[in-house]
Design a protein around this ligand. Structure first.
Ligand code: BES
Ligand code: ZN
Length: 409
């Protein structure tokens, strides 16, 4: 009798703790656009909402997202391409009164259509006008700082968007820029975060300048895949881009230079989960009607195939004119060979901006055919990277923000 009672109490306790956990947990609903070839390679539970010859719109849960990530990691070489988590835009998609299947069909049609550009950058022009200011800043870049920061970032077990390590990494970046602003007595800097839906890790943003002119964005993704089975240092993907952006920010904040246009430094969360963090950032900018002239995205800047110093430019999911301008900046300020390559799918956060109608561009460390074979594994470590290659991208980033944000005086 006593035993029974105990069991009953115990099971009651168990039930209530289970439901508490369920309540505390993030919502399980995820809506994803995935290539047909990726879905074919995976075995998991999902509901097809709509499909075309090349894409499927599916509804799944967190376990499904993990399965998709496993599949894309395993079949990366097959050139199938990644998936994009569209939960936020699907949930907001109108009209809600439409039957779910019709709504899904319309959503997928709209999603796969090329987006209309809302950027007015063509009016801004792509000139080289501030050589003196750019060269002053270039002489202040400190490669050793990048290396030290990369060493800190790759020492976390992972920077996974749903782990406490991932949140700590985001906080480390936030503290780093806050300290920079404070030490340089800058009163024109705002550091803030944008939440990433059901993920723990927020994106981190540092805005310099207070004018309401259109902004210039420079960013990288800070997250890695989960390190619960093996460490995910993510030195190249995308620790390299993260520290490239940090070094541009450090140099600029210490210079005391001010600009006509605000500059936004961004470190996106949950890129590896389907461009989730940048998706939330872009939708926040659109909701608040914040104008943006140009977006530069660094994802992998440290691996130099055969030690070649060529800087590659992504020709897809990006703005042609802005990308051509990068070539001009490299010729003027970095003086390295430039070549073009393509991801073939929405491979990183520039695609979120591009989808939102903003002018975005993505320079890259190597050609797509000779990319770093160690990414997404415990082998993505610093010893395979070139600090001088990374520094060249920091030079490009610096010249980009100075020329486009226009220094005052
Ligand atoms: N850094 C990679 C993208 C990449 C890898 C570009 C190799 C060029 C060469 C990025 O972090 C990534 O892994 N992207 C995913 C897609 C994303 C939408 C989940 C990918 O490529 O599978
Ligand atoms: Zn990646």
């Amino acid at each position: 009798m006593l035993r029974n009672k105990k069991t009953a109490l115990f099971s009651l306790g168990l039930i209530s703790s289970i439901s508490l956990t369920a309540m505390a947990q993030a919502p399980q609903h995820h809506v994803v656009v995935a290539p047909q070839c990726l879905i074919k390679h995976t075995d998991f539970s999902f509901k097809t909402l709509s499909e075309t010859a090349s894409f499927v719109l599916i509804e799944t849960n967190e376990a499904g997202i993990d399965k998709l990530i496993d599949a894309k990691t395993q079949y990366r070489a097959s050139g199938c391409g990644g998936f994009v988590n569209v939960t936020e835009s699907w949930d907001a998609f109108q009209p809600k009164t439409l039957a779910k299947d019709k709504r899904a069909k319309q959503f997928l049609i709209d999603y796969t259509k090329p987006t209309k550009s809302i950027s007015n950058l063509s009016k801004v022009g792509y000139e080289i006008k501030y050589e003196k200011q750019v060269n002053t800043l270039l002489s202040q870049l400190n490669p050793q700082m990048m290396w030290d920061n990369l060493s800190t970032l790759s020492s976390f077990q992972d920077r996974y968007a749903n782990s406490d390590h991932g949140v700590k990494a985001a906080n480390w970046i936030k503290d780093y820029v806050e300290t920079l602003a404070k030490n340089n007595q800058r009163s024109d800097v705002t550091v803030y975060t944008i939440p990433t839906g059901s993920y723990k890790q927020p994106s981190v943003i540092a805005k310099i300048g207070t004018s309401s002119a259109p902004g210039i964005v420079i960013g990288a993704h800070m997250d890695t895949l989960s390190g619960s089975f093996s460490k995910k240092p993510g030195a190249d993907d995308d620790g390299s881009g993260t520290v490239t952006v940090l070094e541009v920010a450090r140099t600029l904040l210490s210079s005391g230079m001010t600009f006509n246009k605000p500059i936004y430094f961004m470190w996106y969360a949950a890129e590896e989960q389907g461009l989730v963090g940048s998706g939330y950032v872009v939708s926040e900018f659109k909701k608040k009607n914040i104008p943006v002239d140009a977006v530069l995205h660094f994802d992998m800047t440290g691996y130099a195939h055969k030690n070649e110093s060529t800087m590659w430019l992504m020709s897809d999911y990006s703005n042609k004119e802005l990308t051509a301008y990068l070539e001009k900046l490299i010729n003027t300020y970095v003086k390295q060979p430039v070549k073009y390559t393509a991801c073939g799918y929405a491979c990183s956060d520039h695609a979120s901006w591009n989808k939102g109608g903003f002018a975005a561009a993505m320079p890259f460390e190597s050609s797509m055919n000779n990319d770093n074979p160690n990414i997404h594994s415990s082998q993505d470590t610093m010893d395979k990277l070139s600090l001088s290659h990374m520094t060249d991208f920091a030079k490009l980033g610096t010249s980009f923000v100075v020329e486009l944000a226009q220094p005052l005086a």
